[in-house]
Write a protein that binds this ligand. Structure first.
Ligand SMILES: [Zn+2]
Ligand SMILES: [Zn+2]
Length: 225
């Protein structure tokens, strides 16, 4: 619980349920353990949808007014692709995405002498702008989605997600160093998606993101700098 009390900044990629599910409960927890507000960074379109459909007093209270509007639990911080956010000891670049609803990804660099960096793609179908922006960021690790297996590629195209084959095609235009950590596979399909990715882009050492995994931004070994 102390970990949840301590969260002060939350970056949202888009408004879909699987990407906002923690936020309403986190606001409630923050209100109970009230020490610092929660700042939520999101596109204006995402903020509008969440205020209208979640934090509307019907589905959940408006925590931007609780306990009072001058010192609320929840503060919204609108962002745009291309923005560079300075969040405590981190520099965060907002990356573009192409999804059913407006979405973004993020590249995260530490300012404390650590020179590793990582990016989170969010949900996205084919998006040349994302890979162009990512190439400027020199990240070591990319958390990327493959929501579907190759057999479900038509569904991936319809819903603006990726499959292993679509991700491999996207990567042909990306020359950066990033190792791939893959997420968003359907429950039970993780192993199949990982095998398909290894067959297509094994040189990127793709592996699935594990529940509870902690990714630390550290110094690179000297020979890589
Ligand atoms: Zn989505
Ligand atoms: Zn999703």
């Amino acid at each position: 619980l102390q970990v949840l009390y301590g969260i002060e900044h939350l970056l949202l990629t888009h408004s879909h349920m699987d990407h906002i599910a923690l936020l309403p409960m986190l606001c409630d927890i923050k209100n109970i353990g009230r020490a610092s507000p929660l700042t939520v960074y999101a596109l204006p379109e995402t903020i509008e949808v969440l205020r209208k459909h979640i934090f509307n007093w019907h589905i959940w209270p408006d925590f931007a007014q609780i306990p009072d509007a001058d010192a609320p639990v929840l503060r919204w911080h609108p962002i745009q692709p291309g923005d560079v956010l300075s969040i405590e000891n981190y520099r965060v670049r907002v990356l573009p995405a192409t999804h059913i609803v407006p979405g973004v990804g993020f590249a995260v660099h530490a300012n404390d002498g650590a020179n590793e960096a990582f990016a989170f793609q969010g949900d996205s179908g084919r998006c040349p702008g994302f890979w162009d922006a990512l190439a400027q960021e020199d990240v070591d690790l990319l958390i990327v989605e493959s929501a579907f297996s190759n057999a479900e590629e038509s569904l991936a195209l319809l819903t603006l997600h990726l499959s292993p084959a679509l991700l491999a095609a996207e990567l042909t235009s990306y020359k950066g160093r990033a190792q791939l950590v893959v997420t968003h596979a359907k429950p039970g399909e993780e192993l199949m998606v990982e095998e398909q990715l290894t067959a297509l882009i094994g040189e990127r050492l793709p592996r699935m993101l594990r529940s509870g995994e902690i990714i630390k931004v550290v110094r690179r070994p000297a020979q890589e700098r």
